[in-house]
Design a protein around this ligand. Structure first.
Ligand SMILES: [Zn+2]
Length: 335
């Protein structure tokens, strides 16, 4: 059903699949943003769940997992409300790009949005004003795109409110990833989860793949993780299930909360990574080499770990430029 944004009926019983028509900026026509509302028949539940994929267009695990949920959630066996948006930045998804080619805006920097702004700002404003009030739990499923590679992780910012922080960590664990990653709020602002956190939501992100591929393991964690969230909050029946094989260690809680951990590339070059994503590394350990082919006889620049910890991100592409984040080492949070 194609509708204008103000015409979406979030209270309609059962499953309704919408394409929400946001007028384009420069031409006649629309970005038709998919949105599915599931209102369960088994009564109300105060913990509405809101799930987003395709906030970045070239990250596919979340898009696929959320699309599967659009078909698989059965309102006859569900309580409460779930809102699913598998391709939030629909124009970027169609174009296989991180940011929207329509307005040049990164959807994950566009929040809280603007009702009179460009396409991405108007979609973000719709989410902030119409979708966020419907849920307590906000899940934004990412992958590294072309630039970054991460070990499978769910992620969240440092949260000042202790109760909110504890519940966010609990929900992050429901995706059963190898890592729970507490990341810096200082690198960027305007994130979907920034706005959700500020509204007091239980907001988590996550990295479920990289490199414009569709990793089946990442899709499984994204999809089954949302089912676990629905079980945990009682929207569907049944116990939370492990997603990794039996015997897997508990998710490791790691943090890189300060900006200094996000090490920039010192110069343009060809990047040869040497350390495994997620590996435990020592301070000074060789992480990779930067090659300059202007002189093939010149030794490469060695890039070494600035601290001990776990390698939570490296540049994915072989062609980082000076200033791009080259790697992040996160340190285990011991309680
Ligand atoms: Zn992303």
């Amino acid at each position: 059903m194609i509708v204008e944004p103000q015409a979406v009926d979030f209270d309609r019983p059962g499953v309704t699949h919408y394409q929400v028509a946001f007028p384009l900026d420069g031409t006649w026509g629309y970005s038709l943003v998919p949105l599915t509302v599931v209102n369960g028949a088994l009564g109300r539940n105060a913990n509405g769940v809101l799930v987003f994929g395709g906030t970045h267009g070239n990250e596919y695990e979340g898009q696929i997992a959320v699309k599967r949920l659009c078909r698989d959630l059965d309102p006859a066996r569900m309580a409460g409300r779930v809102v699913l948006m598998p391709q939030l930045s629909e124009s970027a998804c169609v174009a296989n790009t991180r940011i929207s080619p329509v307005d040049g805006v990164n959807m994950n920097r566009a929040f809280p949005g603007n009702a009179r702004g460009t396409l991405s700002a108007r979609i973000a404003h719709f989410v902030t004003t119409r979708v966020f009030p419907l849920g307590r739990v906000v899940i934004d499923l990412h992958s590294g795109g072309r630039e970054g590679a991460f070990p499978l992780c769910t992620s969240f910012h440092p949260i000042p409110d202790a109760a909110q922080a504890a519940e966010i960590e609990t929900v992050a664990r429901l995706f059963d990833p190898p890592f729970l990653f507490i990341y810096s709020s200082a690198m960027a602002s305007g994130l979907l989860t920034d706005e959700a956190e500020a509204l007091g939501k239980i907001a988590i992100g996550g990295e479920f793949g990289a490199g414009e591929t569709a990793d089946p393991v990442g899709i499984r964690h994204a999809y089954e993780g949302v089912w676990n969230v629905l079980r945990h909050y009682g929207l569907v029946e049944g116990p939370v299930r492990a997603i990794r094989p039996a015997g897997a260690a508990a998710p490791r809680l790691v943090a890189a909360a300060e900006l200094a951990a996000y090490v920039p590339c010192p110069r343009d070059g060809v990047w040869e990574p040497l350390a495994e994503l997620g590996a435990a590394v020592e301070a000074g350990e060789l992480l990779g080499r930067l090659h300059d082919f202007a002189d093939q006889a010149e030794a490469p620049r060695e890039i070494r770990a600035d601290r001990a910890g776990y390698l939570l991100m490296t540049h994915r592409s072989a062609r980082p430029v000076k200033g791009q984040t080259l790697f992040v080492i996160a340190q285990e949070v011991v309680r």
